[in-house]
Design a protein around this ligand. Sequence first.
Ligand SMILES: Nc1ncnc2c1ncn2[C@@H]1O[C@H](COP(=O)(O)OP(=O)(O)OP(=O)(O)O)[C@@H](O)[C@H]1O
Ligand SMILES: [Mg+2]
Length: 231
Amino acid sequence: MLDIQNLHAGYGEMPVLCSVNITIAEREIVSVVGSNGAGKSTLLKAISGIIKSTGIITFNHESLRTLAAHTIVQRGIVHVPEGRKIFPDMTVVENLMMGGYLHQKERQINLDRVFALFPKLAERRNQLGGTMSGGEQQMLAIGRGLMGNPKLLLLDEPSLGLSPLFTEVVFGAIRTINASGVTVLLVEQNVYQSLSISHRGYVIETGAIVLTGTGEELLNNREVKRAFLGM
Ligand SMILES: Nc1ncnc2c1ncn2[C@@H]1O[C@H](COP(=O)(O)OP(=O)(O)OP(=O)(O)O)[C@@H](O)[C@H]1O
Ligand SMILES: [Mg+2]
């Protein structure tokens, strides 16, 4: 579904990603794990067209590299950014509706689906986004992404700053979303949890992919255990 070959990207003169190769098949959950500053968010920004890149990125055999970010969204790639970026002065429902502006006809169905996935958002539908707790805001950010009818959902550190309980809720929701047919690219520092729910994963270090395998293979890999799992 998504094919990335020899991808280079950075900011101005500063290179970050160096010759990255990643493939994602339809209906997979694929995670990219790595430490702070490794280039995980940069990778998602290159895919969704927020920053320029060189190399090959194709989505269902169409090149994305020259498409504008809003066209990439229309193709079905929805990016839930790091730090949630919800609209603080809009209510929960208004935030969700913003995510569904391209899909007016399906907005009510999508809204019902989001509320079924996160009942808490239904309870809090008229609360201002900015007054929701961190975990609730993360649900809202994912919910807003789902309102865009994604074929491929890009999630940037959805568990960052969440309590163990909310982390469980969010990872459970990602599995449910995937089971409903959405392909997921998950970028995380929570290596154990993200590899546990992933079909396959990649380890990124200073902008380069250094290891790849199934979620289980990576969880059992000596280097992964040493570097990320404290074992
Ligand atoms: N807008 C920017 N301008 C210049 N440099 C940037 C910019 N955004 C990120 N960088 C740099 O690019 C490198 C990779 O950053 P990136 O945000 O992709 O890392 P990350 O793996 O997502 O890290 P984290 O886990 O902390 O979110 C870092 O050295 C960072 O300082
Ligand atoms: Mg990041």
